[in-house]
Design a protein around this ligand. Structure first.
Ligand SMILES: O=C(O)CCC(=O)C(=O)O
Ligand SMILES: [Mn+2]
Length: 211
């Protein structure tokens, strides 16, 4: 048999919003379903937990992670940790997620943390910078699955005008270059906007180089 050429990989072009690259619908519905099956295996090994802020408040997002590091928060503060709060190492970053990083990050270092954020109907994430990493040359790559989320993008400094966009299941956002330290957050999730997960909710995967 003659070798068949690989089918062209028709991925969407990004929209640039304040230096964040938004790829609407990067993952097909089949790819989203495949990823969800894999993520279920990851959270079976590393169960979702409710992080507590240093001031003692429960975060509304539940979290887990894959990779060498997970990001955790408790009364002792925010930090990267090589173990889950239960003491176990984190599962490996799933292969399709690694491939997505290679395709969009433009970074020759592999991701060391795949944070898994689970948003129920009332969860949100306040405006913040991702700045617990040692090397800001590496971008942050975010993948959305499930219900729509209102994502807010601010400035490099705290305050000032912001811009919002809806992130939908299968969307990817690359936060890198001069926008690496831009404030961002999730104001709310719109329940029942996606059929991917039978009980609804939103999963965000945030990939980062940590060291
Ligand atoms: O859920 C999102 O889209 C953003 C998550 C995020 O910014 C983070 O985990 O640092
Ligand atoms: Mn962030």
């Amino acid at each position: 048999m003659p070798e068949m050429p690989e089918p062209p990989d028709s991925r969407p072009d990004p929209h640039d919003i304040r230096g964040f690259l938004h790829y609407p619908g990067w993952l097909s519905v089949d790819e989203q379903r495949e990823l969800l099956v894999i993520l279920r295996q990851v959270v079976a090994q590393a169960p979702l937990f409710t992080p507590v802020t240093p001031s003692g408040r429960n975060m509304s997002v539940r979290m887990s992670a894959a990779g060498r590091f997970g990001w955790i928060s408790d009364r002792r503060g925010y930090r990267y940790s090589e173990t889950h709060p239960n003491g176990q190492p984190w599962p490996a970053i799933p292969q399709p997620v690694r491939k997505l990083w290679d395709a969009v990050s433009g970074c020759n270092r592999p991701p060391e943390c795949c944070l898994i954020n689970f948003y129920g109907p009332d969860a949100k994430m306040g405006l913040h910078q991702d700045r617990d990493e040692a090397d800001f040359n590496a971008p942050v790559v975010s993948i959305s699955l499930g219900d729509d989320a209102l994502f807010r993008i601010g400035n490099i400094e705290r305050g000032g005008a912001t811009e919002s966009l809806w992130l939908r299941s299968g969307d990817v956002v690359v936060m890198g270059g001069p926008a690496r330290l831009r404030y961002h957050g999730v104001d709310r999730v719109k329940p029942d906007t996606c059929a991917l997960m039978p009980k609804g909710g939103r999963i965000n995967l945030t990939l980062r180089v940590v060291t």
